[in-house]
Design a protein. Sequence first.
Length: 461
Amino acid sequence: MKYFHLIFLYKYIESIFLVESKYNEAINWAMASKILNNSIDKNIDPCVDFYQFSCGRWFDYNILYDDEDEVSVESKVEDKIEKELIELLYSNVTFKSRSLNMVKDIFNKCIKDSKNIRIKEDKESYCLQFIQDNMYTAVDALYNTKYFSLEDQRKIKSIVENLKLSFKEILKEKSWISDIEKKNSYEKLDKMKTSIGRNILLTNSFFLEYYYSPLSISSNDTFNIIKQKLSNFNDTINNNFILEEQYYDETKMKINALYIDEINELFVNIPYMKTPFYNRNLPLAMVYGSIGTVIGHEITHAFDDDGIKFDKNSIEKQWWSNETMETFYNKSKCFVEQYDKYRTILTKKFINGTLTLSENIADSGGLETAYRAYILNNEDKLKVPGFEEYTNEQLFFISYAKSYCSLLSYDFELYNLKNDAHPTERYRVIGSISNSNHFSKAFNCKAGSEMNPIKKCTLWN
């Protein structure tokens, strides 16, 4: 039971420290300018092809090799994190934390004992994956000590609260939802838990040392003995800790965000806290356009075609009237029809609007939620050097689109079209901005143009 009580103490301290924080950092204009310069192709009309406009220069600078499935903004961030982690694990730094020193020792022991792997980079990747699989809490904490601060988490928590308020305003405007249903929806939002960077407080030596206190590794242990000790330790932890891990992707250093209906909680992991998705020194337009839309997307999942099946207490039941549900599903059909018409450039195959429905609802809803939250909290007055011709509202949408810049192999795109609940990145962007009146107004796109169709799908936007 002691582990069970520790989690409650952990949550209590988290609630004390992670209070709302005002976003008042000095803007790093050089960083903002570089990010935009590496993405935007000013030769493309944003009202004709906004994805190409936002990602054109990124495509010029990046290559998909024959042995690769995908190169994306996300994969570039993941590659950078892997390099940073390996540097930390190789470093001569001695930490005050026994657990952090232990994870370094295990990594280096793995490197020395993996003689059957000849290529250094392959050996490093194998050993890094091993410690991520077996000591992910310590790996998170190790990375957090250098690259992610409590202040960053405060700021993200503040953005989350602003996004929740924004979604409440969207709900308030929906005449097809009754007052009591709106009240219950507000309460569901209020009860929604948020986990940002998950283990940030475990960088505190008390929590980290307590967590790993049953694990003892000796310098004389062979790597096989270490493997067995870690296996026994993880079995013990899994039997004693009551955590959300059963719901959460264990590959913590891969970019991921998700909302879990059964516990009404959204998770955003550490890689999403990296530039270009988030940096406290970027203009608010770029922050809300990138990480803001990601979190807004996850909040919207609480009210997509799956989320509406769970009430404010995470109980699976019908809590909206038959009439409201019918209206919801009728509006949802528009998204199916919209995305069914999108045909990919690479494979010439059509998007499956039914398979991708939940994600498409969340994309449009998340974009609307983040845009409204940005407008309500906008303090940006100056322009990004070299991009003075763009308004901050335009930069919001550009930051959204450039987050999805991606190159896929033919086979990988074909596989994703059949199996992935998300549409291809190009149509995630085009589909959602095509439904946004804010986008067409910001870029002054003529009604009926490619990016501003007359018919728009509206649900949470």
